[in-house]
Design a binder for this molecule. Structure first.
Ligand code: P53
Length: 478
């Protein structure tokens, strides 16, 4: 059967400023938390250094130099037929330290030109305010988002850009994948979500709940303010949804999956409902956590609920309590562990490929919130081979096609209200998790390797023409 997408469906592509722009110290930009992350590798963690060290390689400093290539890149996006392009504003281009009163005009002017170029080519900008790019100074001086001062700094930054681009940008998101930090154990996520580095002696979970709640308060304030700046703004949250299935039908496995999922839903529950969920309040009380919030902040949460739920979807997971299975421990649920799902395959980076999990997620989230949904990231990171100036990437086409089919089924069979789809890394970019260039997602290849060598030349992959066809037809066969 053929399924048609709504005429208004936003087919697009997504990136983040720090993963594409480069020009890390150009036109007055300050150092961001992404600028002190070295290159890791497949299975090798990136290092977070104290300041910029002379003998380290920082892949985001140049990235794919989108800062100077955006004109030609946008021509390729236009040729693809994109209706929307999701990127972020690098906070430290606008406020180099994050705590200034006055913004940096050169940074503001850059995004004027970027948005003007997109609009002139019929492409709607979809903008994330904080995509792992907090000014480094806000870590050095204030210790990141565990400090309530960052709420005001973020609101000031958001107000500045929302006023400046009020006639250019309609779709906004506040904090990218705010729930990555949910388990609080990994430096990578507490750092990139919150500019926080925890000590072994810290109660990691308590601190990361505090940072997350502060971000949720900041986000709600920005939603309310944004609506005053322009009532037509659509302001959403941005979640990483990784559905975690019960590995078996043992009732304890089912319960473990609910618990693990709630820990990640915590963030969108607040974004959407404007209140701290009972399961969290109960948990904090039992553990004796002293999470700080005032009545004024609770009112702000209520007043600034989001218009839509934006999310990324790459993979699913599974959890079990069965003693005979091996898996990774979950700090909060001593009897449960994360295990591989024997029914799905994984990518070269171990990400489990599960298109039906996307339909499942669309259903569960739509039922939970009854708000429009927007898939703002989905894609397949893979090693591509350049042969004779061509890149044949049938694996990427297969991954995306299967996910798009499930998305179509969620719309037509399940009645889900889906605004659009902006696959991740429309053009090859620096991987967030590993810092590699060779974990590629793009429909457009960029000639650059993991060590930073290459001409930065752009080249269309096979997936380019395939995606162009999907957008032009605006329908799929399932
Ligand atoms: P890379 C975990 C689960 C799902 C998405 O990731 C995630 C993560 C974090 O590792 O991150 C998002 O580049 C993120 C992007 C990122 C993209 O997924 O590690 O929003 O910035 O590039 C893909 O393969």
């Amino acid at each position: 059967m053929k399924i048609k997408f709504p005429d208004s469906f936003l087919w697009g592509g997504a990136v983040a400023a720090h993963q594409v722009e480069g020009a890390w110290d150009v036109d007055g930009k300050g150092v961001s938390i992404a600028d002190v992350m070295t290159a890791g590798g497949n299975g090798i963690a990136r290092k977070i250094t104290q300041g910029i060290l002379p003998n380290e390689y920082y892949p985001n400093h140049e990235a794919i130099d989108f800062y100077h290539h955006y004109q030609e890149d946008i021509q390729l996006f236009k040729e693809l037929g994109l209706k929307a392009f999701r990127t972020s504003i690098a906070w430290s281009r606008i406020f180099p330290n994050g705590d200034e009163e006055q913004p940096n005009e050169a940074g503001l002017a850059y995004y004027d030109q970027l948005f003007d170029t997109l609009l002139a080519n019929g492409i709607e900008p979809v903008i994330t305010l904080s995509h792992f790019e907090i000014p480094y100074h806000l870590y050095e001086v204030y210790g990141g988002f565990t400090n309530k001062k960052l709420i005001d700094f973020f609101v000031h930054y958001a107000e500045t850009v929302m006023k400046r681009y009020k006639h250019k940008v309609k779709y906004w998101m506040t904090f990218n994948e705010i729930n990555n930090q949910a388990d609080g154990q990994h430096d990578l996520h507490t750092w990139t979500n919150s500019a926080v580095l925890l000590e072994e002696t810290d109660n990691k979970e308590e601190k990361i709940f505090q940072a997350g709640l502060n971000e949720l308060i900041a986000s709600a304030k920005v939603v309310a303010l944004g609506k005053k700046i322009n009532p037509d703004f659509q302001i959403g949250c941005m979640m990483a949804y990784v559905p975690v299935y019960p590995y078996s039908c043992h009732p304890d496995d089912m319960m473990a999956s609910v618990k693990v999922m709630d820990r990640r839903f915590f963030y969108s529950d607040i974004h959407v409902r404007g209140e701290i969920p009972a399961y969290a309040v109960n948990d904090w009380e039992k553990k004796g956590y002293k999470i700080q919030y005032s009545q004024e902040e609770l009112d702000a949460l209520k007043e600034g609920t989001v218009d839509y739920v934006g999310f990324s979807y790459y993979m699913s997971g599974a959890v079990t309590t069965l003693p005979e299975t091996k898996g990774a421990a979950i700090p909060d649920y001593p009897n449960a562990k994360m295990v591989n799902n024997p029914y799905v395959q994984a990518s070269d980076w171990g990400w489990q490929i599960d298109p039906v999990g996307l339909r499942y997620t669309l259903n569960v989230v739509y039922e939970r919130y009854q708000l429009p949904l927007f898939i703002v990231e989905n894609g397949f990171g893979a090693y591509d081979k350049l042969e004779d100036h061509q890149i044949h990437d049938p694996y990427r086409i297969a991954y995306l096609e299967e996910h798009i089919k499930q998305m179509a089924l969620a719309i037509s069979e399940d009645g889900v209200d889906l605004m659009g789809y902006t696959p991740w890394g429309i053009i090859d970019i620096v991987s967030f998790g590993s810092g590699e260039m060779e974990k590629r997602y793009g429909f457009i290849y960029v000639d650059k390797d993991n060590q930073g060598n290459g001409s930065l030349k752009r080249l269309k992959k096979d997936s380019f023409a395939w995606y162009q066809g999907i957008i032009a037809k605006n329908e799929v066969s399932v």
